[in-house]
Design a protein around this ligand. Structure first.
Ligand code: G1P
Length: 286
């Protein structure tokens, strides 16, 4: 069955980015000249996704407003003769079909995904964590959907993480299959380095079968009373295979100030308008 829908989770508090996120969603922070959530939406579109299900929460209305039509702004830009900007504004609201569900309590990534159950129905779907920005020639989600189609099983993005960082990620126990593809033998959420089955950490892109919803329903909460998707995937493994795809390109965790700054720099230096001047400016600073 074709992967047509993507769940984008945007319900977290953004506590690694406080105080900035006290009064605005982290997903709306700019990455050069676009809010960072737009990168996930654009990646979904490039991967052939037809509908995005955004999981939001209290305090996240700016995201809905951003992807909505902005009639007053359009009227104003038209009167001013700002044709290019007007076109760009219209494109944002027409990008893709987006619907919104709310996670009413912060009960973990697994529970956030579960809120989209009724909209996904009985078909495979993608999950995207918009903090993880993946830059490179290959569109990560597109490649993952191809692997899903080839192997007929769920696919999770991974990348090698530093040994001391295993406690920040879900970690897989891999069996090499071919090139960047591994079969997942087991997976564990945020293990201490001494207990990590490998250094391949889960990155925020998943292609999952709808069976995950049944599994999430019976996944026990962790010690913080949160339902983790990694724990659900470990249970799912008892019923079917799962594969991992080792990302090509560079991943930035824009959920932290340093990761966000690095992503801004990397993108801005490549930007046609700002790149050359920024390069000169940075050389001067250094
Ligand atoms: C979540 C997942 C974790 C994954 C990470 C990727 O953790 O639970 O398995 O490695 O995203 O960004 P979080 O960073 O939301 O705590």
């Amino acid at each position: 069955m074709k992967v047509r829908k993507a769940v984008i989770t945007a319900a977290g508090w953004g506590n690694r980015f406080l105080p900035v996120t006290r009064s605005q969603p982290k997903e709306m922070l700019p990455l050069v000249d676009k809010p960072l959530i737009q990168y996930a939406v654009e990646e979904a579109i490039k991967a052939g996704i037809e509908q995005v299900i955004m999981v939001t929460a209290m305090g996240k209305r700016a995201i809905e407003d951003y992807f909505d039509r902005a009639f007053e702004l359009e009227y104003f830009l038209e009167r001013k003769g700002e044709a290019a900007l007007l076109k760009q504004m219209k494109e944002i609201s027409g990008m893709v079909d987006i619907c919104y569900v709310r996670q009413k309590e912060q009960l973990g990534l697994g529970q956030a995904i579960y809120t989209a159950k009724n909209i996904i129905g009985d078909e495979p779907f993608a999950v995207m964590l918009p903090d993880d920005i993946i830059l490179g020639k290959v569109t990560a989600l597109k490649r993952m959907i191809e692997i899903y189609d080839e192997y007929g099983a769920g696919v999770i993005a991974v990348e090698a993480v530093a040994k001391e960082d295993t406690g920040k990620y879900g970690i897989i126990e891999p069996r090499p299959v071919s090139g960047r593809i591994y079969e997942i033998l087991s997976l564990v959420e945020k293990p201490e380095p001494a207990h990590a089955p490998s250094r391949l950490g889960i990155v925020g892109r998943y292609v999952l079968p709808s069976l995950i919803f049944d599994v999430l329903q019976v996944t026990p909460p962790d010690r913080h009373k949160e339902i983790q998707v990694t724990d659900a995937l470990q249970l799912l493994l008892k019923q079917q295979k799962l594969y991992a795809y080792e990302l090509e390109g560079i991943r930035y965790d824009t959920g932290t100030p340093l990761g966000w700054l690095k992503a801004n720099m990397a993108l801005a230096l490549k930007h046609d308008d700002f790149g050359p001047e920024l390069r000169k400016y940075l050389k001067g600073l250094l």
